[in-house]
Design a protein around this ligand. Sequence first.
Ligand code: 3HC
Length: 290
Amino acid sequence: MHVKRIGVVGAGTMGHGIAEVAAMKGLEVSIVDISWDFLNRAKEKMTDSLQKIFSRGGIKKSPEEVMSRVTFSTSYEVFKDKDLILEAVPENVDLKRKVFSSIKENAPSHAILATNTSSIPISLIAEGIGNSDRVIGMHFFNPPVIMKLVEVIPSKYTKPEVIDETVELAKFLDKVPVRLKEEIPGFVGNRIYLRMMQEGCREVEAKESTMEEVDSALRYKVGLPMGIFELADYVGLDVSLDLWNVIVNSGSADDVPCSMYKEKVSSKELGVKSGKGFYSYPSPGKYKKP
Ligand code: 3HC
């Protein structure tokens, strides 16, 4: 595999989780964010998570040894020796385009420029840096250290070897890559996720079932690790609503986001991170089965 050194932009849940996965596999990783507050918080969360994985035998190397492969910085200059840089900043096209310009200025000419976007067309990002053929979607799922799926999404400009190397990297990280032929709104996983959400909301709004009943059916009949309302809280209701809007606006789904969702987001009940969403969480930011 050609990718040995990785850069990550964005130290949030996805960014630090992906960095952790790469470091566990022996790759060198540099994480860049705009503030040391975010970076220090990421370092703490990665160390806690590695501690959990180490204590149940999931890794042989100690958390300290894994963390010694990770560096933190507020400067994009650390990307000058990287083979792949992955962006995991909030879902805003202008922000992502700005981030990609800075990455391109600092990365070597062979580097793959990947985005973890869950909804923005990859071609839009590539067009922001001159239709680059090195831009690709590499979409991980939350939590990245546990979830196996990685969607690999080419833009209309991506060259075939960039797709192949990204798939190879996903496999090296012990993930299961799903390679899309072209970019479709919501890619594969999130389209299905929103369809389930739509049906769950419809049943609850029509008072045919309660939220708890829908979630129990999904957990104990369908066998999902979380029901759909629990999962929405876990992912963040604002994140899910953005995703939903992108899919609806693309014209590929005829359903509008359900009103329960919109009400929760407008009253800032965003799920686990705010302490309340569809369910309540005693320690905001910490998931505990409702
Ligand atoms: N680091 C290390 N270990 C972790 C961890 C982390 N970040 N998160 C969970 N774990 C471990 C726990 O320590 C525990 O280990 P143990 O069994 O040895 O004690 C194990 O995972 C199970 O965790 P919990 O006991 O805390 O709770 P659960 O059994 O409910 O598992 C969960 C939590 C792994 C999140 C599970 O509920 C799950 O898989 N849920 C579905 C998640 C999902 O579908 N994600 C996709 C969201 S959509 C998305 O991301 C797309 C985006 O574009 C919007």
